[in-house]
Design a protein around this ligand. Structure first.
Ligand code: CP3
Length: 342
């Protein structure tokens, strides 16, 4: 069984000798070859030039025996395609080129022609799946409507998220108008990714955990559900959310193919809340990759042991890999998973 087959078998909850492994933001700043490319090109140049996006996507796969490749891009290409560009702030974090302050600004966002505006993503995916040629799974992704809205309404990265929450609580009609545009754009975007070679799509609800638990469904999950309902028959969907361990059963009720969990819940407890035909992905704390190979092995083995008898496990970090991750630790992690014999 090759890597790609292993990935799909896990998504389909078939029993396996060991889970497949991939990591999020694997093309991150922890790799010297990525930093070298960043000396020459900006992030946007890398993401928007299909040949460079291909190269960055493959960098971690050349070093590590991972089972799936995730497209190199960003969730913020969707706001950009709608007319709200973004940049990286010098002090770190994201800045949007302006902030959504008024209903008029929401109404002029243009969710049409996503395929044309983001054709460079399709080109990159085509290059990636041609290069991998069935050996590894090719993953596409996008942000959840709620997580994208946090950046769009706050004007970038945020600490307390007061503006997007104020919009949700005090102007529901404008909030819903924004979410409807994002849902429409994301459905088109995911369909484009699938026709370009994406074999599964991960929705990143990175900020799903910042809204009151009472309102998580209304603010975030219902919009994810609309997307999943639209594309479920076309592609396996994976929900990733951070800080939403209390909502795992409700996420499962939207019937994604897999649920990716952060590190705040023991993975076997997450698995108990999910029907046997939905896979679980996770959930090593990325900070563990800053420690030592021995600590990495212990913590990875604990997850592997906990999931040994639960078909449908995809090994992953509980969030994206950090720039401070050590390469020897990433090696120890992959070797631990790939060499796992139960
Ligand atoms: O593995 C991969 O490389 C896949 C590509 C990928 C990136 N971003 C590339 C990237 C994926 C899947 C993302 C998702 C993404 N982007 C999310 C959801 C996942 C998560 O992390 O919660 C979010 C919230 C974003 C928005 C974003 N992009 C942030 C908050 C940042 C960090 C800004 C900072 O200064 O810390 C980015 C930058 C980014 N996206 C990098 C990469 C490799 C680092 C860019 C660099 O400095 O080279």
């Amino acid at each position: 069984m090759n890597s790609r087959e292993r990935f799909h078998a896990a998504l389909n909850c078939q029993p396996l000798d060991r889970p497949p492994i991939w990591v999020m933001r694997q093309a991150g700043r922890y790799l010297p070859e990525y930093r070298a490319l960043k000396e020459k090109y900006s992030f946007l140049e890398l993401a928007q030039t299909p040949e460079l996006a291909l190269e960055v996507t493959l960098q971690p796969l050349k070093r590590f025996d991972l089972d799936a490749a995730i497209l190199f891009s960003d969730i913020l290409v969707i706001p950009e395609a709608l007319g709200q560009g973004y940049h990286f702030r010098d002090q770190g974090g994201i800045g949007m080129n302006y902030r959504l302050d008024t209903r008029d600004q929401i109404d002029v966002l243009d969710a049409s022609a996503i395929k044309e505006k983001l054709s460079y993503v399709a080109q990159a995916l085509k290059l990636i799946s041609a290069e991998l040629d069935g050996s590894k799974a090719t993953l596409g992704f996008g942000g959840s409507p709620w997580t994208l809205a946090t950046y769009m309404v706050e004007g970038g990265s945020s600490k307390n998220f007061e503006r997007v929450k104020a919009l949700f609580y005090s102007d529901r009609s404008s909030f819903n108008a924004l979410m409807e545009k994002l849902v429409a754009a994301l459905i088109d975007y995911f369909r484009m990714q699938v026709s370009a070679g994406a074999e599964a799509i991960q929705i990143f609800d990175s900020w799903g955990g910042i809204i009151s638990g009472n309102d998580y469904y209304e603010a975030s999950l219902q919009w994810i559900k609309q997307i999943i309902d639209a594309v479920r028959d076309e592609v396996p969907m994976i929900i990733y959310a951070k800080g939403t361990a209390p909502h795992i059963a409700r996420q499962a009720a939207t019937f994604p193919k897999a649920i990716a969990v952060d590190w705040t819940i023991p993975i076997q407890e997450a698995a108990k809340q999910v029907p046997a035909n939905i896979a679980i992905q996770g959930n090593l704390d990325p900070v563990i990759l800053d420690t030592t190979p021995e600590i990495v092995r212990q913590n990875a083995t604990r997850i592997l042991d906990a999931m040994r008898d639960r078909p449908g496990h995809i090994f992953n970090l509980g969030h994206g890999i950090l720039p401070t991750a050590r390469i020897e630790n990433m090696e120890a992690l992959v070797n631990t998973v790939v060499g796992y014999t139960g």
